[in-house]
Ligand binder design. Structure first.
Ligand code: PLP
Length: 396
């Protein structure tokens, strides 16, 4: 991870889920499905690897085109290039909804359509699926922000020919992606274990991140010798300087870079991340995320200079974060950062060459959307603090 710039100290509260004793707790309440319930699944090391594998399963060939939303994570593009294919960007509406007319106009040039459920809010899948069927496009549902959720009573991820998700956006694991298909068996996707050093690193990182934010205190004392050993191993040895860089022990993830390292494409996700996927309660995650989202919305809606991206939180949505449209995004992001409030800026930057001429809405959303965490591991006092600090920064 890059060193934090002095203007952005480490956030006082975690931007993404961190492991705590509560992480494996059950919850009562109406359950929502995860993408794992959408069909056959494979656990890989990142969402972008899952995109690459989906494109390979769809036999996307060099020179072909893949329709990608003009508002995107730059990590969605390297998998397309890895196949030798080209992204063809389609427009989105002011709230990120896929522009069906623009897709229809471009459909003849492409074989695959990627559709993203931004912040967990589903695209209107019925007309999107119908459009794909009419034009012979395969649909790849990007559930990176929508590991949990349903649309018209069915799990997100079950409408596409394939779907992908990003484990670390929803669970306290620092690698992980899912390739899912409701329509195809994934028997041909053969994965290899990534090795003992990788397994150890992922588990220890997750524990350490929990310790950093004051979770799991009793375990910390027990594990102190192990973490000291890990730190000692991490220190570069003096003669290492000039040689080739050692092979990375873990894939790049969205918090470090947007690249795709082909070495990770056929690797299985860590045992740690796969256990978390099995043992975490989707009911707990969805119930807490929805409650946190609604508290943020009640406290911030109506303040000057900001407005929520979405008018309401529909049933069936498990939000990734709480997105706001902000008049002065850089000013507010600076004040929030200085106060230690973690802020997500999705789709910033966009892929090189994508600008207002490609899609004015995407350019606007990329610049003006700031999102606050609403994940399940925020504690009540942390959420109170987040709200107060945000209100202060907004009204400054
Ligand atoms: C993060 C993200 C991805 C890629 O997921 P990683 O696990 O970071 O590789 C894909 N699509 C969207 C919309 C994302 O935000």
């Amino acid at each position: 991870m890059p060193a934090a710039a002095p203007s952005s100290p480490r956030p006082r509260i975690p931007i993404a889920p961190v492991l705590s004793a509560a992480s494996l707790r059950r919850a009562r309440g109406p359950g929502l499905p995860s993408v794992l319930e959408a069909g056959a699944a494979r656990c890989v090391t990142s969402g972008r690897v899952a995109i690459a594998l989906a494109l390979r399963e769809m036999d996307v060939k060099p020179g072909e085109r893949v329709l990608v939303p003009a508002w995107h994570s730059p990590s969605m593009i390297p998998p397309v290039l890895w196949r030798g294919a080209e992204p063809l960007f389609y427009r989105v509406g002011p709230d990120g909804s896929a522009d069906l007319a623009d897709i229809a106009a471009k459909a003849g040039q492409a074989r695959v359509l990627m559709a993203t459920h931004y912040f967990g809010f589903p695209q209107d899948l019925a007309p999107l699926r119908a459009l794909c069927d009419t034009h012979g496009l395969q649909l790849l549902e990007d559930c990176a922000h929508a590991y949990i959720g349903s649309y018209q009573g069915r799990p997100l991820g079950s409408f596409g020919d394939y779907a992908i998700a990003s484990t670390m956006k929803f669970l306290p694991a620092y690698e992980g992606g899912l390739l899912v298909s409701a329509r195809h068996r994934l028997d041909a996707v053969a994965l290899r274990p990534a090795g003992a050093a990788f397994e150890a690193k992922i588990a220890l990182n997750s524990l350490e991140r929990g310790f950093d934010y004051g979770r799991l205190a009793p375990l910390r004392i027990l594990l102190r010798p192990l973490l000291a050993l890990k730190d000692a191993l991490r220190k570069p040895r003096p003669h290492d300087g000039a040689g080739a860089p050692a092979a990375a022990l873990a894939p790049s993830s969205s918090d470090s870079s947007f690249e795709l390292d082909p070495a990770w494409i056929d690797k299985r996700s860590s045992l740690f991340a796969r256990l978390l996927l099995r043992l975490s309660s989707t009911t707990r995650i969805a119930t807490l995320r929805r409650a946190h989202y609604l508290r943020l919305d009640a406290a911030l809606r109506g303040l000057p200079g900001i407005r929520p991206l979405h008018a309401a939180l529909p049933d069936g949505v498990c939000p990734w974060a709480y997105p706001l449209l902000v008049d002065d995004p850089d000013g507010l992001a600076g004040r929030l950062g200085a106060a230690g409030v973690p802020v997500l800026r999705f789709g910033r930057p966009l892929w090189q060459g994508v600008d207002a001429a490609t899609c004015a809405n995407a350019a606007y959303l990329s610049r003006h959307v700031l999102a606050l965490p609403c994940h399940q591991e925020l504690r009540p006092r942390e959420l109170d603090w987040l709200i107060e600090a945000t209100r202060t920064a907004v009204q400054a």
